[in-house]
Design a protein around this ligand. Structure first.
Ligand code: PLP
Length: 426
């Protein structure tokens, strides 16, 4: 296909007229397609409907340990829920807390407690510093950045490379600033780039010397079992690596069944060293008399064990893999060789990350919106919603039907080309 950069002004103008015509055609269809957030589609949710039949009014709701799940208590979760979900984080059952319905909620609360009360190893609560900072490998997950903004935590961008954050930058920064207290990591099939951290990156994160004695890695393993192929990416165990490096309290691990069972009605988990877990459990008892154990039980009865959960994820992959394939196929046929965009080809997770020409992402997203295709806002994948190169667009293929998705990506491809041609003509 023709490299757009080699076209003459006359050729570019012809192309522009042609693309404009196509765009107007799409616009006249009055489309309403939303690809803004990475949500499971109804067919994926249907797979978990059996969970609602696991508990009937005459079911026994007494747990393995004899706890009546209908009542208060069980602050850190049922033993059987720990057995089901500890393998998700690859921790032992005394290194996990089963939470409520959202891991983001657990991350929020973890930062909140650290701000007010501090964490083991620290001299004072984080909130007592005039300012604290987090490292934000970017592009990254917008809600991590919103949490930092909410708590007034300054965000420092670190580049994302093909195998995780740029560790030269990370090591340098944490070695010289005591107020850098944390780093956000989505270590497997990262949001949005689909990157899985290499063993070397995991080891360097575990071993690095930090000026802050109470530095924490926020290891959000939201896509731990969300494979799209039968050759899943492998991720080294961060808790083991940190223990080996002599920094057992460094990582806080998070995960949930949001994109396994029902987002909003799933079960969230947090893992860490025994010391961190004990510390957190004590603090939790001020916040709640206990989580939703009936939902934990439903998950245990439905999945039975971790193998059952993994089998369930294969069924999910069968539904969403064709959608990822469709997006990649269209990008290949519409954009390949034109030198106006590059995109990720993830082995799992929920997103495809698209990079367009510098300075074009906002205009592309706006143009697509005008034609009825809503995408994640340009800039959302960077701290303060400011993409320094204005080029990253997050594509979330899971929710729309295959037909809707095809149409939405066709519109997007026209918008990318149109805005690129306009940029090249300037
Ligand atoms: N972490 C990441 C990286 C996500 O992409 C998402 C949802 O998109 C979440 C956390 C939200 O998880 P939960 O529903 O458990 O709060």
């Amino acid at each position: 296909m023709t490299d757009f950069n080699t076209l003459s002004v006359v050729e570019l103008n012809d192309l522009k007229a042609n693309l404009q015509e196509k765009y107007e055609e799409y616009k006249s269809k009055r489309l309403s397609l939303n690809m803004a957030r990475g949500k499971p589609c109804p067919e994926q949710l249907d797979l978990s409907m059996g969970m609602l039949d696991t508990i009937k009014s005459d079911s026994s709701l007494i747990s393995q340990e004899g706890i009546d799940c209908r009542n208060y208590g069980g602050i850190d979760g049922l033993v059987e829920a720990k057995e089901l979900l500890a393998p998700l984080l690859e921790v032992s059952t005394d290194e996990i807390i089963i939470g409520g319905n959202s891991s983001l909620n657990m991350m929020h609360d973890t930062i909140f407690r650290a701000m007010f009360k501090g964490v083991p190893g620290g001299d004072q609560p984080w909130g007592h510093y005039p300012k604290i900072k987090f490292l934000c490998p970017s592009p990254g997950y917008d809600r991590h950045f919103s949490l930092c903004e909410f708590f007034g935590i300054e965000m420092i961008i670190v580049d994302m490379l093909k195998d995780g954050p740029n560790m030269d930058q990370v090591e340098q920064l944490v070695s010289e600033d005591e107020t850098i207290k944390g780093i956000w990591c989505v270590p497997k099939y990262s949001n949005p780039e689909g990157v899985t951290y290499s063993d070397e990156v995991v080891d360097r994160l575990a071993k690095m010397e930090t000026k802050a004695k109470d530095f924490r890695i926020f290891w959000d393993n939201a896509y731990a079992v969300h494979h799209l192929t039968d050759k899943p990416d492998q991720l080294k165990n961060i808790l083991h690596a940190c223990k080996e490096a002599g920094h057992p309290n460094r990582p806080f691990l998070f995960g949930s069944t949001s994109k396994i069972s029902f987002p909003g009605s799933g079960v969230a988990v947090m893992g860490s060293s025994k010391e961190n877990i004990q510390h957190t459990k004590k603090q939790l008892s001020a916040q709640t008399i206990g989580p939703d154990k009936i939902n934990q039980l439903r998950h245990v009865l439905f999945f039975k064990d971790f193998e059952g959960l993994k089998d369930h994820m294969k069924k999910q992959a069968d539904i969403i893999k064709p959608k990822f394939d469709k997006v990649l196929e269209l990008f290949d046929s519409e954009l390949e060789g034109k030198h106006i965009a590059t995109w990720s080809k993830p082995n799992g997770g929920y997103f495809i990350s698209l990079n367009t020409l510098d300075g074009t992402a906002k205009d592309i997203v706006a143009l697509a919106a005008e034609a009825g295709v809503t995408l994640t806002g340009a800039g959302a994948t960077f701290p303060y919603r400011k993409d320094p190169r204005d080029r990253n667009i997050r594509i979330a293929p899971t929710f729309p039907s295959l037909e809707e998705l095809e149409l939405a990506i066709q519109v997007l491809c026209v918008c990318i080309q149109l805005v690129s041609v306009e940029k090249l003509l300037k």
